[in-house]
Design a protein around this ligand. Structure first.
Ligand SMILES: [Zn+2]
Length: 240
């Protein structure tokens, strides 16, 4: 049994979360869900010790309650930003495996929020880096450092094109080089199952985008090649 008197939520409060869980288990209205989100996954991303302690109860609700599945998945995503997140998640491997199964089942229904769910699936599979950094490939821009000359290289994947370039404040993306997507049959590890999953579900843009982020980019300045997704500090940046 969890000693809830010892577990604080995102607002530093103890005792409120177990009451709210009682309420949602008894289907006592949307108000309780709203407060649960606020206490367990503040602003959709900040988790605390109480979030991990609540995970088994949310996972138990998840097969019949989409809201529980959504909150539980968001907590797992939030683990990325919590200093003890990975260790706390390691304490509930069965729940994480079950949640992953449920998200994968939801894919078969072709949900409108497929892309967000794909990010959830990546987190549930332990692929935190990809869960946090993968955009929707509509117009994603990343900045990486050239391995050859350390020039700042902008990588674009989306409707503006799929290229590496040197971004100029006045002239936009200059010296564009076409990206080299990885052939699907050469994908390995996480790239392989990510691609297979998106392909299975008919998510064409995602399937293509995965080949690009696992493909290679040429530095316009020195022609050295690097894997587009190799920069672990890469952050989506804004449009030119
Ligand atoms: Zn270079």
């Amino acid at each position: 049994m969890t000693d809830w008197t010892q577990v604080v939520d995102a607002h530093g409060v103890v005792g409120r979360v177990p009451l709210l869980l009682d309420q949602v288990e008894g289907e006592e209205g949307p108000g309780a869900w709203e407060e649960l989100w606020d206490r367990l996954c503040l602003h959709g991303e900040t988790v605390s010790a109480a979030s991990f302690t609540a995970l088994p109860r949310l996972a138990a609700l998840a097969p019949t309650c989409a809201r529980a599945l959504e909150l539980a998945s968001a907590i797992v995503r939030g683990a990325l930003r919590h200093p003890d997140g990975k260790a706390l998640l390691a304490g509930c491997p069965n729940e994480v495996a079950r949640l992953r199964e449920l998200v994968d089942q939801r894919f078969r229904t072709r949900p409108a929020d497929y892309h967000r769910l794909f990010g959830d699936l990546l987190a549930l599979a332990g692929q935190y880096h990809w869960s946090a950094s993968m955009g929707d490939f509509a117009d994603d821009f990343y900045t990486v450092s050239s391995p050859g000359c350390e020039a700042e290289v902008t990588i674009a994947v989306g409707d503006y094109g799929c290229y590496s370039a040197i971004r100029d404040w006045d002239r936009g993306d200059t010296e564009r080089r076409t990206l080299r997507p990885a052939p699907a049959e050469e994908l390995r590890g996480p790239g392989r199952w990510m691609h297979a999953t998106a392909d299975r579900d008919g998510q064409q843009r995602l399937t293509e985008g995965i080949r690009y982020v696992f493909g290679r980019a040429e530095c316009p300045a020195c022609a050295s090649l690097q894997h587009c997704g190799s920069a672990h500090d890469r952050e989506p940046s804004s449009s030119p």
